[in-house]
Design a protein around this ligand. Structure first.
Ligand code: BG6
Length: 478
């Protein structure tokens, strides 16, 4: 889908996100012909750089994050020509008139706030003071969107002083992942699944986001967040919403977000015994979590597993098990919809335990698989086996379908198109914090310590117990 000519200003333009995600993502869109002539990317940050120095930085970022055979030199050169830089003092006056002069007219103006949330207010204010932003401009804000309900409300109020909700794009990059969108296509584009998508047929749902990395150099940020704030309140919550929501009447931003909001509001409070927190240990010479964050007493969790209930007509009685953590066995993100047993087994006792499981894999190997039960081929009698009905995108669409676009490039283009469907609305973020806050407050009040776990495993043993005690088991992390 073509987009209009745009100026995208990246505040925090020299930062890690700009280098790792935003600039490479824009380059890929440029390669796909989605950066109309005259569009510009304007890096803005505190460092005193000129256009050339920033272009050099951008070129290095592309060299680091894009495969060599996907960045022909002449294309990189042409892309780099569209990049500019303005040194800016977010809280002061420096650079703002230069930025105003740099912006072209008759273009979509988008401002990416890839900076600490404490600067959102100052940026919003100055964009207006200097008439750089108007009622058509869009701003993009990154997570963390607050650290609790109160801070999120304050941020929402601050932004609302200068921008209408329709201009604010709160990024949750999980919503930009190809499979996540495909989940909506599969749910609402087929007649097959929706009739079964409820507690009558679904035994339980598992959402796993497992990572192999530790907190590495992000210790200072991470230790103040933990897995609950860093992953559950946003990414896992969004996945849960898309799985659990009612069909929206249209695929339109507010219709979709209204339904997601209803799911968050229907979440029951979680009892302490339905949550397991973990923290990775030292292993094979690699530092422990506490060493990584340089706090020998830290009580922050790098792993969390929990059982939730969505208290509404569709889901009453179907538990949702969520789990995420650092330094686990493999990098795997998947949602598994585990259907109930057939009501009666005509094949006798020995053949009872077959269940249909729909697995939606976010990464790696994006795709969906439906486990179906068939007869084992051969003359050995009526033996049942499970085989995957594989809907892997790479296989189904063939190599000409190209690379799966990165979440960021999809989302940035949606900003330029003015499509908010895959962005979080202010009330959604607040509702998610309203649900998260009492859980975290409970841990803090009780001084709960997370359970240590060995890196390279599936997390603490207690996480297994959480699900085993109900006769269920986690899917393997592999
Ligand atoms: C970020 C979290 O939002 O998501 C990180 O802050 C986490 O801690 C990352 O590693 C995971 O994203 P992805 O796309 O690699 O699964």
């Amino acid at each position: 889908i073509p987009v209009d000519r745009f100026d995208l200003v990246i505040f925090g333009g020299t930062g890690d996100l700009a280098r790792r995600k935003i600039l490479p993502g824009l380059f890929r869109r440029f390669m796909a012909g989605q950066m109309p002539e005259g569009s510009r990317i304007i890096g803005a940050a505190r460092s005193e750089l000129d256009d050339q120095a920033y272009r050099d930085m951008a070129r290095e970022a592309l060299e680091e994050f894009i495969d060599k055979d996907r960045r022909p030199k002449e294309c990189v050169d042409a892309f780099i020509e569209q990049i500019h830089y303005v040194a800016i003092d977010a809280t002061g006056t420096g650079g703002w008139s230069e930025l105003a002069q740099t912006m072209s007219s008759d273009t979509v103006r988008a401002f990416y706030f890839s900076v600490a949330p404490s600067l959102f207010g100052a940026l919003a204010e100055r964009l207006h003071e200097h008439n750089i932003a108007d009622s058509q401009s869009r701003i993009v804000v990154e997570k963390p969107f607050g650290r609790d309900l109160e801070t999120a409300r304050t941020l929402n109020r601050t932004l609302a002083q200068h921008f209408d909700e329709t201009q604010i794009y709160r990024i949750d990059h999980y919503l930009g992942k190809e499979t996540v969108q495909n989940l909506m296509a599969v749910r609402f584009g087929n007649v097959l699944f929706e009739p079964l998508w409820n507690s009558q047929y679904v035994d339980h749902i598992q959402i796993t986001v497992a990572e192999t990395v530790g907190v590495g150099g992000r210790g200072a940020y991470y230790d103040k967040s933990g897995a609950m704030r860093d992953m559950v309140q946003n990414h896992l919550m969004q996945l849960l919403c898309l799985i659990a929501m009612e069909p929206p009447s249209r695929f339109d931003p507010d219709a979709v977000r209204d339904e997601k909001l209803k799911v968050i509001r229907a979440l029951e409070p979680v009892a302490p015994h339905d949550i397991v927190r973990g923290q990775y240990d030292a292993f094979n010479g690699a530092p422990s979590y506490r060493e990584d964050v340089e706090d020998p007493q830290s009580l922050t969790e790098s792993f969390i597993a929990m059982k939730l209930h969505v208290s509404n007509w569709r889901w009453a009685g179907t538990p949702f098990y969520l789990r995420t953590g650092k330094k686990l066995r493999a990098r795997t993100s998947e949602i598994a919809v585990v259907f109930k047993d057939a009501p009666h087994s005509i094949f006798g006792q020995a053949e009872k335990a077959h269940r249909n499981i729909l697995t939606i894999r976010l990464q790696p190997n994006e795709g969906m698989t439906l486990g179906v039960t068939i007869k084992e081929p051969g003359p050995g009698g009526m033996r049942l086996i499970d085989v995957p009905l594989d809907m892997s995108f790479a296989d189904a669409l063939g190599p000409e379908a190209g690379e799966v676009p990165d979440a960021y490039e999809r989302l940035i283009m949606d900003v330029i198109r003015g499509n908010q469907t895959l962005f979080m609305r202010g009330d959604e973020v607040e509702a998610a914090w309203a649900w998260t806050d009492p859980i975290i407050e409970g841990w803090e009040a009780r001084g709960d310590a997370p359970k240590p776990y060995e890196p390279g495993t599936s997390g603490p043993e207690d996480a297994q117990i959480l699900i085993h005690r109900e006769g269920r088991r986690w899917r393997e992390i592999k």
